[in-house]
Design a protein around this ligand. Structure first.
Ligand code: GAL
Length: 669
């Protein structure tokens, strides 16, 4: 998706200030000063746009869109379904979600509509169609923003009402055809829970069934599917009149919805990024997490994404909310761009005077207009984007490494009871991702469904669940020359969360067989040696045997001392590695660095980067290297290349000094 500009802007709610024309005038004046070229209007504006059923009032919105456009500012127009007006929830209570405990939610808050309710679809369809018709009169509108953070951040994201239960049963009938097939897939003979009628099936809830893994997994799939149906409904309503591109704003690693599935309905992926900067003095783990999210959003379509929301200063919903230290606003904004964003957008333009978000950071505070550090920081980002957009647009990251991150695997591995109760897929994934980040290597983060041909390395940590066809895909990938890296507790269950029997589905490719998995207590730590260094193992140690694989490292202690802990197996034209245990970060860093070198992959500066520093590469007419320093101190990067800095046009070679929290954009000369 290309708008010919790097978009810089954010959520703007002029409807909160309609009685203050002086404020609206000041907004436009300061937007121009801050190099804002795009705002998002209409998020949560339903009660102002439709004041009672059918009483639409768009004048203020239309006036605002035109006025902004005259000043060179585009509008992303949101559908207002993120928050429901009281006339709607009062008149049609069925649009309100029912919680897992069976209670229907009371009106208020947001992100809490029932996505199955025909009434909710009817009412949202009506206003969406009206907005789409209206959009034809306004050139300033460039895209649609569906609802807001679907699935919500204050709930489990699911509705358990009778209509949803009924829809779930229908969904299951379509999937399994017969109850026999469902009973087999869910292993219901266990504890005598064979279903004999579809009506006996109920969503998993704390006071009912929630230990049937197959049910839990299908319910989560259904929730994604149903939410996606709602998303499609909104899109289709707009499409009756408008062909503008659509997006919806995703959230970080949001466990409740499988974003890889939902994104298929969107023209462009966008997301809201709120890292906890300055939580610790060492920003690295936060930088890694944010980088992984940006990377995943880009990888979904392998195209530039949009940073739809970020805070210009503080947030207001964590126990402590640090202000961004000097440099961090620029760095965190450029980090998104480095990983493929073509926009930097904020929540929010101006702080409201009341209610829940009155102290959430905004470009404009309640006081001081444009005379604030935050405002100057934002203007600085706008200026930089405007200056460099010619280089950045039309470029995108094209990594040679892929990592598998998969929602169904996430649900299943953390739902299973064993081998530990605190299995943490995201944390494990991020430890492996961090190894690439520290080496300055871009990766794509994709689900098990993506095509893998073309990647030189594929890493799949804690890949517990294999969907149908996955093992075959990996077998082909390795046979044709790829390097595949996977870990303990991989290939354990199929797509129904039923354990594989016989052998590991990739036994021949990996050249190993798994026997036991140990989840040792703290006093039973184990270790390995790798390239002469000793590394500690973590919370899980699998006991495996070689079936042709070469042992690179063996356990040093306990009854399984000498058993393989890291193996390498040549298969066809490629190689497969198995990491049998959880390892400390240092091992992962050394291990992955080695595999990358072996595959001929280097970071774009061809150097060892200092701690807290990374690179990302956007390939284009000119390849752009984003060199980012997440240390609050100056660091030196030594490199054999010669580079031009995109902003200053300065030539640098040999030594590149980075200021605290600095991001340089470099092209090789
Ligand atoms: C987002 C949400 C915004 C705003 C923001 C505050 O999750 O989409 O509307 O609430 O958080 O951080």
């Amino acid at each position: 998706m290309e708008f010919g500009r790097m978009l810089h802007g954010g959520d703007y709610n002029p409807e909160q200030w309609l009685d203050r024309p002086d404020i609206l005038d000041e907004d436009i004046r300061l937007m121009k000063e801050a190099h804002i070229n795009c705002v998002t209007l209409g998020v949560f504006s339903w009660s102002v746009l439709e004041q009672s059923e059918g009483a639409f009032c768009f004048e203020w919105l239309e006036e605002m869109i035109d006025r902004l456009y005259r000043e060179g500012i585009f509008t992303i127009l949101a559908t207002p379904t993120g928050g429901m007006p009281h006339w709607l929830t009062e008149k049609y209570p069925e649009v309100r979600q029912v919680q897992a405990d069976g209670r229907r939610k009371l009106p208020g808050k947001r992100h809490n509509f029932c996505y199955t309710s025909p009434k909710m679809r009817e009412m949202s369809g009506k206003i969406d169609r009206k907005l789409a018709q209206m959009s034809l009169r306004h050139e300033g509108i460039i895209m649609w923003h569906i609802s807001n953070e679907m699935g919500g951040n204050f709930s489990d994201g699911a509705c358990h009402c009778e209509q949803c239960q009924e829809a779930f049963r229908e969904w299951l009938k379509k999937k399994y055809k017969t109850l026999e097939a469902l009973n087999r897939a869910w292993w219901t003979v266990f504890w005598s829970h064979v279903y004999t009628d579809w009506t006996q099936i109920h969503s998993p809830v704390p006071h009912g069934e929630n230990l049937l893994h197959g049910l839990n997994l299908d319910w989560r799939r259904f929730v994604t599917c149903q939410m996606t149906e709602f998303l499609k409904w909104e899109i289709a309503s707009l499409r009756e009149y408008s062909s503008l591109p659509v997006t919806t704003n995703f959230m970080y690693f949001f466990k409740n919805l499988d974003y890889y599935k939902m994104q298929k309905e969107l023209d462009v992926v966008s997301w809201d990024s709120y890292p906890f900067w300055h939580k610790e003095k060492d920003e690295t783990s936060m930088a890694v997490k944010a980088a992984a999210c940006h990377t995943m959003m880009r990888s979904m379509k392998k195209e530039p994404f949009m940073l739809m929301e970020s805070t210009p200063s503080v947030i207001n919903w964590r126990i402590n909310n640090p202000v961004k230290r000097p440099g961090m606003h620029m760095l965190s904004s450029m980090q998104a761009v480095a990983h493929g964003s073509d926009t930097v957008q904020y929540f929010q333009w101006r702080k409201g005077r009341g209610s829940f978000e009155k102290f959430h950071g905004a470009v404009l505070d309640h006081k001081n207009g444009g005379s604030t550090r935050t405002f100057r920081d934002v203007a600085g980002v706008g200026e930089r984007l405007a200056k460099t957009e010619g280089l950045i647009l039309k470029s995108c990251n094209k990594p040679e490494i892929a990592m598998i991150f998969d929602w169904e695997n996430w649900w299943a591995v953390e739902d299973a009871t064993g081998p530990r109760l605190d299995m943490d897929y995201k944390k494990t994934f991020l430890q492996h991702y961090r190894a690439f980040w520290e080496a300055g290597l871009d990766v794509d983060i994709v689900s098990m469904d993506y095509e893998l041909t073309g990647y030189r390395i594929v890493a799949a940590p804690l890949n517990y669940l294999y969907r149908k066809g996955y093992a075959e895909k990996i077998e082909k990938y390795v046979r044709e020359g790829g390097t595949y890296i996977t870990t303990y507790w991989s290939g354990i269950v199929d797509e129904n969360d039923l354990c594989f029997t016989g052998e590991h589905p990739l036994e021949k490719v990996l050249g190993i067989c798994q026997e036991e998995i140990d989840a040792p207590g703290e006093e039973f730590g184990n270790s390995i040696t790798f390239h002469g260094k000793v590394y500690q193992t973590g919370n899980l140690c699998e006991v495996i045997h070689s079936k042709g694989a070469q042992t690179i490292s063996a356990y040093l202690e306990d009854f399984y001392a000498g058993a393989p802990a890291v193996t390498e197996n040549c298969y066809g034209g490629g190689k497969a590695y198995y990491l049998a245990a959880e390892f400390e970060q240092g091992f992962l860093n050394d291990f992955y660095r080695g595999r990358a070198l072996e595959a001929g992959i280097e970071n774009p500066l061809r150097t060892h980067l200092p701690y807290g520093v990374t690179t990302a590469l956007r390939k284009g007419e000119k390849d752009l290297i984003f060199l980012q320093n997440f240390n609050d101190s100056r660091v030196l990067v030594e490199t054999p290349g010669r580079y031009e800095e995109a902003d200053s046009k300065m030539i640098m070679s040999g030594e590149i000094w980075l200021n605290p929290f600095e991001c340089k954009i470099l092209t090789e000369v």
